[in-house]
Structures are given as C-alpha cells and as structure tokens.
Design a protein around this ligand. Sequence first.
Ligand SMILES: *[C@@H]1O[C@H](CO)[C@@H](O)[C@H](O)[C@H]1NC(C)=O
Ligand SMILES: *[C@@H]1O[C@H](CO)[C@@H](O)[C@H](O)[C@H]1NC(C)=O
Ligand SMILES: *[C@@H]1O[C@H](CO)[C@@H](O)[C@H](O)[C@H]1NC(C)=O
Ligand SMILES: *[C@@H]1O[C@H](CO)[C@@H](O)[C@H](O)[C@H]1NC(C)=O
Length: 434
Amino acid sequence: MNAFIIPLCLWCVCGLYVHCQSPPNVVFILADDMGFHDVGYHGSEIKTPVLDRLSAAGVRLENYYVQPLCTPSRNQLLTGRYQIHTGMQHQIIWPCQPYCVPLEEKLLPELMVEAGYSTHMVGKWHLGMYRKECLPTRRGFQSFFGYWTGSEDYYTHMRCSFIAPLNVTRCALDLRDGEETAQMYNKLYSTELFTHQAVNIILNHNIQKPLFLYLALQAVHAPLQVPEHYTEPYSFIKDPPRRHYAGMVSAMDEAVGNITRALQDAGIWNNTILIFSTGPGHASRAEQEMQDSLMKDSLRRNSLRTGSVSAPRFNVSMHAAIRYKNWKLLTGYPGERVGGVADETPPLKQVMLFDIDADPQERNEISHKHPEIVSFLLKRLEQLQEGAQPVNFPPDDPRCDPQPTVAHDHPAQAQKDANQDRKTRSANNFQLQT
Ligand SMILES: *[C@@H]1O[C@H](CO)[C@@H](O)[C@H](O)[C@H]1NC(C)=O
Ligand SMILES: *[C@@H]1O[C@H](CO)[C@@H](O)[C@H](O)[C@H]1NC(C)=O
Ligand SMILES: *[C@@H]1O[C@H](CO)[C@@H](O)[C@H](O)[C@H]1NC(C)=O
Ligand SMILES: *[C@@H]1O[C@H](CO)[C@@H](O)[C@H](O)[C@H]1NC(C)=O
C-alpha cells in the first residue's frame, strides 16, 4: 500500500532521551481507493512530486495491508480492531442501513481527546450515521466537515442511493459542517474544498494544545471527476478513465503539499507527525460500479457469501487472507461478479497460496506444493473465525428516505422538516432513523 510517516519527533524518542516540550501534532491523511502503483515513487506514470519528496525524507511503509473496502478499513483505523471483532466484516454501510461501528468501541479521536489533543476531522466518515450517537462529532471529533456516506459527486456533494423497501432511488446532499447540512459549497471540487478546510484548522489551531487532524480525502474514489487543468499533463494517457484518475491523484498530491505548507506556516511542522495512507487499494471495475449503487441489490446477493457462518471447519467460500512469514493464503473467489458484467478472468481456485517473498505480485499459485502450510493457515483462519462477531448487515430502513427533492439524516429532524414547506428546502438529507 502507499503509506509513509514523517516522524519529526517520535514519541518513543521523546520518552527515552529527548525532553519534548509538548506532544507532537498528528496529521493523518487518508486517500481513498488509491493503487499501489499510482504514486511516483513506485514507478507510476502519474506524477506525485509532493508524496515522493515527503516520503523520501520519512519512513516508507512498503509492506502492510489495508482492507479492500471503505467501511472495514476505516473501522480498523479508528478502533484498532479487525472488522471480524466489530461485526463490520461483510461489506460497506449503505446510506439506509441502520448500523454503525458498535458504540461500545472507543475510537482513536476519543483517546486523543483524553491525551489532551484538539481533534478535527475533514472528509469521509463512512462508519455509520443512522443515530446521532454514531456521528463523528459524537465519537471524539471536536469538529467535523465532510460527508457521512461512502461516495458522492465531487462537485454537487450529492449522493444517489436505491432504497430497496421503497423501490425508489433518491438523490440527496451529503455534506456536513458539524451535524448540519452544508449547502453553500455546490460546484466546489471536494479535494480543494476539504484541503481548504483542513488548512484553516491548522492555521487557526491554538498551539498550546497538540493537534490531531484526520483528513479523509474523497480522492481518488469513483466517480472519476477532476478539474481539467489537473488532467492536462496527462494527455499522453489515451484511456480517458485512467487520464481522469491520474488528474485526481495529482490534485490529491497538491493537497498534501498545501497541508504541509500550512503546517510550516503555522510554525508546527517541526513537531508534527504526518502520516499518509490509502484506505482501500485501487478500485476494480466491479467496485466502481458498486459505488454507482444502482446495482446494489444484485451485488448484495452476490456478496452474501462473505458472511460468517459458524462451521466446524473454515468455510473456504468466505473471503479471507492471512499472512505468515513469506506465505500468504487467500480463500473465496477473489472477484466480484456484478450484475450484467461478464467476468473475463478464468475461474480461480478457492484456496490459493503464494510465496510473496519470491512472488510479490501473487502470480504463482503453489497450494499443491505445500499442503502442510495450507492446512496450518486454514487452521489459523478457523481459530480466528471462532472469535469473530456475527456479521452486522441489516436491511435498509425506509425511514432514511430523504424524499424526492431534498439530504441522508435523523427522524426528529425529518419530522421537523416534514412540517416545513418542502419548497423552502434546497437540500435533502438521507435521514437519521431513530
Ligand atoms: C420498482 O419500480 C420499477 C419502476 O420504477 C417497476 O418497474 C418495478 O416493477 C418496481 N418493482 C417492484 C417490486 O415493485
Ligand atoms: C493549493 O493551494 C493553492 C494556493 O493557495 C490553491 O490555488 C490550490 O487550489 C490548492 N490545491 C488544492 C488541491 O487544494
Ligand atoms: C520548532 O520551532 C520552533 C520555532 O522555530 C522552536 O521554538 C521549537 O523549539 C522547535 N521545536 C522542536 C521540537 O524542534
Ligand atoms: C460455506 O459458505 C457458503 C456461502 O455462504 C454456503 O453456501 C455453504 O453452505 C457453506 N458451507 C458449509 C460447509 O457451511
């Protein structure tokens, strides 16, 4: 994955032999759906001068894993726990599903508040929103500017979603300032908008307190949208989606540059740990179509097999991956078949083993050569599965309905809004449901 840390003042070093005046500021920038090879220093045709330069002066993490989907990956980052321990292992939270990261989990920003930090979040939440208790503002972030669902238009900040029990597709604004719908930002490109918000937080930060800023950029998730000037350097890329994607990565790289400049301007760069990572890796075609969401139902049906079923042996039709030393074992069919899209790849095996030291790209499947390793790792998966929480993946709650013209929100608010003249409402929320 793409990640690096700029440790200008390491905690451990502070604790051991340097007398640090104050704890370091922590700025965590999370990209979305960015591929391993889509960063300059991994040899990409996409130019990322800022990431290249920063990471060259920091620590590059070249061998760690994130989850393949947004919700489980963010769940891990903020709870410090695998998604099998929070019931979030199945898939993502769709706008009308009434669940969130379990409320008994203490999230990273709550711990940072206890450690004396000012905590701020800008960007994508995607850890649930059906009750106020689930919101970032109730789970440790003292300020929030961004969106609660998983994807939306980069300019209008509208999210369209099919609500199965109502058999309708609704589009609604999903941009929030704190807990309020933010209506003033139409046509502002989210990479620039979120960077601007993050820069303001940094410049207005009271340096008496350490800062924790979590900037979860929308970039470079689908849809592939970017102002034209960012794609101009990529006219040599003939495939239009790839060209747009390259432009989005460049905009994101510029965003990281602006954040670091703000940290310098604020005089806190020399006491800041900057971490950059991607949430999930590069989206496959199937994932991108999933994000378009209209095929949601067929997809859900297809992916139910990822659900946990308690069985005496590990059920290899489940998606799982495990590393041990140089070995990596994968189970479950590795692709997603989305309705209507023909899958051109030949059928793959349900259990695959790779020696990733010798074969880092996982091209040479060798389970037949090492049955004892396979059986050892399946046994390990079985043990892990025994400790797993049941999958939490409830059906849509129709009370989320934002109504034809208006944002994804909560019932008390929904009731209040319903009493207002609809025509005076310029934006709808997908509604909070309790
Ligand atoms: C859902 O709505 C579509 C058109 O909007 C209609 O064709 C279809 O029959 C409806 N399905 C059900 C189950 O009501
Ligand atoms: C970075 O800052 C420059 C100068 O303020 C601005 O023009 C540009 O839009 C910013 N880029 C992003 C991605 O926010
Ligand atoms: C950071 O820079 C400021 C101002 O230049 C200085 O007062 C402070 O001691 C520096 N802190 C560290 C940890 O180097
Ligand atoms: C394994 O999981 C699949 C998909 O969920 C299910 O159809 C099958 O019955 C399971 N097999 C066993 C032995 O539990």
